[in-house]
Design a protein around this ligand. Sequence first.
Ligand code: AMP
Ligand code: MG
Length: 338
Amino acid sequence: MVEGKWTLGLESTAHTLSFGLVDPNGIPYASKSASVRPDEGGIHPRKAAEHHSEHVGRILQEILETQDLTIQDIGLMAFSQGPGLAPCLRAGAAAARSVASLRNIPLIGVNHCVAHIEIGRQQCGCVDPVLLYASGGNTQIIARLEGRYRVLGETLDIGIGNMLDKFARVHGIPFPGGPVIEKLANNWVEEHPDCSLVDYSLPYVVQGMDLAFSGLLTAAVNMVSRGAPLEAVCWSLQEHAFAACIEVAERALAHTGKDELLLGGGVACNERLRNMSEIMCQERGGKSFVPAKMYCIDNGTMIARLGWLEWQSGRETSIIESGINQNLRTDDTPIVWA
Ligand code: AMP
Ligand code: MG
């Protein structure tokens, strides 16, 4: 990368295509994004990839305009190499290779999950946190140990966001369902301040340090079909799913002796999850950190930031190594930066 140039990050692991920038000193700037919002059903990987390819030129132009830059100001091209939906990853990787080749600048493929952690650390100023990464496709509790971000616990079936989206879809609420479930749950609490979880009890699934959400989803759907109010079940669903995540996160703090908990991923936009994290950390003398919502959801800026960090530490991805890896694990990536 040439001195004084910016890093461009491209995110395309699932529903969102996003470009973001960090300046020559690694300072992040807001992303520009386009997301697929299917009218019905879930995300179709090939259709999402087509969406990304269709919008990539426009979003690239828009992000450069936000900082009054031209493509000549870009000195490093970072992209999400995995994990994610293969067709979506391929669409992003192809666009990133084109920009790098066209401009004759270095390319760097980064781990999407690690990017969530690093943008959170940068935004919140925490040093060595346990991360609760709660997104559509991923739910992991992660901590930095011996040169890697280790997965201490994770979902054994579907991601927590996926579970919320599927529950919403069954009840006619389009993707993304999480924010609507949050509103419905809030309505219920406002109208029923004394309501009891016992009346709307659902499975609570913590297995050792791992989690599972598909049984909870089925039980919640059944509860509504047996006549329970949708708002009440939304509330109960959040309480059960979030408490399970926070319990495992607390155990991770206890095991590792760390005292910072960082939330990341789209579900970390949820105020109740933020609030539970705050309470748990306060009770054990720790601290809870949550980045601004635009850095919780998938965004190109986090990709640019991690690309910049890895570049500073001497990493680069050749065209030959730039193939995507849909199954890339959080702990596959050696931490070569501070
Ligand atoms: P991500 O995969 O990290 O981009 O996040 C997308 C997921 O976050 C989707 O499953 C959304 O339903 C979920 N999500 C976004 N906002 C909220 C919210 N306020 N409460 C719960 N889930 C949310
Ligand atoms: Mg994500």
